[in-house]
Design a protein around this ligand. Structure first.
Ligand code: ADP
Length: 381
């Protein structure tokens, strides 16, 4: 976007002021100007033509420019990242936007927050998240390597335990009941370990920064029906009935069909697991304000209010003792769910009452496109 000649002329006149040279054109000598200089986050003010009118020292450092040289440059020339233009477009339309930008040739990874100003310009704040991203990368690689190393021996142990269990069953009374019981426990626990390692690998792959490719046109009604079918046998074994309520036509969303199926399977699995015998679980899909909302409702144990905000964290479990049957899951399922939904530009939430049951819902914008994630805050958990 370029300025009209007249405007540029007016603009240049302002660039030449002392304050402009100092890098804080309008506010340089005011307290607000001093405060902006003091901040360790970058602060940038763009005019309606997306030219930089104000940039503090931190912004110059992040963008690898010598003091004052950003003033007068267009935002695109300063950042050299196409995502920034998308960010400003979203901010102009929606009032604000957030995205992560990488500056070519600079070591910084920045989270840029843009907010439309009162005069058609934009305020931008740049936060340095390089160290955070580096540590997240190290953690993800560590978990990934560890899970890979553990997977093979664990799978072998699990298969051996299974074989041992079958042998013990065949041997009948030749093997004491207590020993059969212990073999069964080894089988169950190694099964859990294998599941945990699989889920850890899955989570680290989802978290590793590679964004999902949202290219499928996904009919969430269909995904709901297919996922329910996948869980039907498991539900029958637990004497829980599964029901699906889907309108005839569901507006498609753009996304990754397999990952959205994984979300529903995780939510359904929990709903069955935490339901009483003869309980009912309902999956419903409905359109709502330009979004498609999918929910899974059970009438099980429910979740205490104090735990509701934390259950989407990795490894968080409310209370092991509440799970039917042997020891519960890994505490990773809902963390995976949240990551997948956020990568679709959507949101996930829970409504629950202890002793009455829970409804887990997620909403995906109908017109979710590659840029949909711009409006969402990046996940740091
Ligand atoms: P897990 O593998 O332990 O089920 P999740 O991340 O899927 O891990 O769930 C985290 C915790 O949230 C569970 O351990 C459980 O305490 C609680 N939870 C999840 N879904 C439900 C539900 N439908 N009803 C009651 N509690 C639930």
């Amino acid at each position: 976007m370029s300025a009209e000649p007249d405007d540029r002329h007016r603009y240049d006149a302002r660039v030449m002021s002392d304050g402009q040279r100092a890098g804080t054109p309008d506010l340089g000598r005011t307290d607000l100007g001093l405060l902006i200089e003091l901040l360790s986050v970058g602060v940038v003010r763009l005019d309606a033509w997306r030219r930089i009118r104000l940039a503090n020292t931190a912004a110059h450092t992040f963008l690898d420019r010598s003091p004052g040289t950003l003033i007068g440059m267009t935002a695109v020339a300063a950042f050299l990242d196409a995502r920034l233009e998308q960010l400003l477009d979203v901010s102009d339309r929606a009032g604000s936007a957030t995205d992560e930008v990488r500056i070519a040739g600079s070591p910084f990874t920045l989270v840029a927050r843009a907010r439309r100003g009162s005069d058609g310009g934009t305020w931008m704040v740049l936060e340095d998240v390089s160290e955070l991203r580096r540590l997240q990368q190290i953690r993800a690689e560590f978990i990934d390597n560890l899970s890979h190393e553990l997977r093979t021996p664990l799978t072998t142990v699990s298969l051996l335990a299974e074989t041992l269990g079958r042998d013990a069953e065949t041997a009948g009374d030749a093997i004491p009941a207590r020993m059969r019981d212990r073999i069964e426990k080894v089988e169950v626990e190694t099964g859990h370990l294998v599941q945990m390692v699989d889920e850890l690998l899955d989570l680290s792959r989802i978290e590793s920064g590679t964004r999902l490719v949202l290219v499928d046109t996904v009919d969430l009604g269909r995904v709901a029906i297919e996922s329910t079918e996948r869980l039907r046998l498991f539900a029958e074994r637990q004497e829980v009935t599964l029901e699906v309520s889907v309108p005839d036509v569901v507006t498609p969303v753009r996304g990754d069909a397999d990952r959205l199926g994984q979300v529903l399977v995780n939510l359904l699995h929990n709903a069955v697991k935490f339901s009483p015998d003869h309980g009912q679980v309902l999956v419903a899909v409905r359109p709502e304000d330009g979004r498609v909302v999918t929910s899974v409702t059970d009438h099980g144990v429910g979740i205490p209010r104090s735990d509701q905000a934390r259950i989407f964290e990795r490894f968080y479990k409310v209370d092991r003792a509440r799970v039917r049957g042997a020891a519960g899951g890994t505490g990773l399922g809902l963390a995976i769910v949240r990551h997948i939904i956020e990568q679709h530009g959507g949101t996930v939430w829970v409504e629950s009452q202890e002793g009455r049951g829970s409804t887990f819902s997620f909403a995906i914008p109908v017109a979710a496109t590659a840029g949909a994630d711009l409006a969402a805050e990046p996940t740091t958990d």
